[in-house]
Ligand binder design. Structure first.
Ligand code: 4NP
Length: 149
């Protein structure tokens, strides 16, 4: 099972989602990666604030580097989670087949199915924003694992 987490820049939300799910699934046969729909931050480390909040929970994000989502990811991954509805719409616009469409999900729908809620973009906010994002992603990742097992 290969799971891809997708946000806009691949420096705040999706690196954290990748780190949390990878941490929780160490004993399972699951590969996790992340990407951004935008190209702004390609090659960069995750945002310091994401690194810090992850560290608080013993999760290391420092080996991650930002990359841009590419259509090849539709072949590579089984499930592609968008962090928000803008990125969901972007991914849907890139999908060409029914099979590709079916791989795309909104991550917070794991917690509240059908509610179509977004993980708020914490980039221009303060530390609380990152704690809030962590809490949401932590709960969503627990649900992802429950649904896989
Ligand atoms: P992310 O956050 O999509 O969670 O990585 C953002 C990072 C950078 C920008 C926006 C959101 N930016 O505009 O550069």
């Amino acid at each position: 099972m290969k799971i891809l987490m997708v946000c806009l820049g691949n420096i705040c939300r999706s690196p954290l989602a990748e780190g949390i799910l990878a941490h929780k699934t160490k004993q399972l046969d699951i590969e996790v990666d992340s990407a951004g729909t935008a190209a702004y931050h390609i090659g960069k480390f995750p945002d310091k604030r994401s690194i810090e909040i992850a560290k608080k929970y013993n999760i290391d994000l420092k080996s991650q580097r930002a990359r841009q989502f590419s259509r090849a990811d539709f072949d590579e991954f089984d499930i592609i989670y968008a962090m928000d509805t803008n990125n969901l719409a972007h991914l849907i616009s890139l999908a060409k087949t029914e099979k590709e469409h079916k791989k795309i999900r909104l991550i917070l729908n794991e917690i509240n199915p059908g509610a179509c809620e977004s993980v708020p973009d914490p980039y221009y906010g303060g530390e609380n924003g990152f704690q809030n994002v962590y809490n949401m992603l932590n709960e969503a990742c627990d649900k992802i694992i429950q649904n896989i097992e």
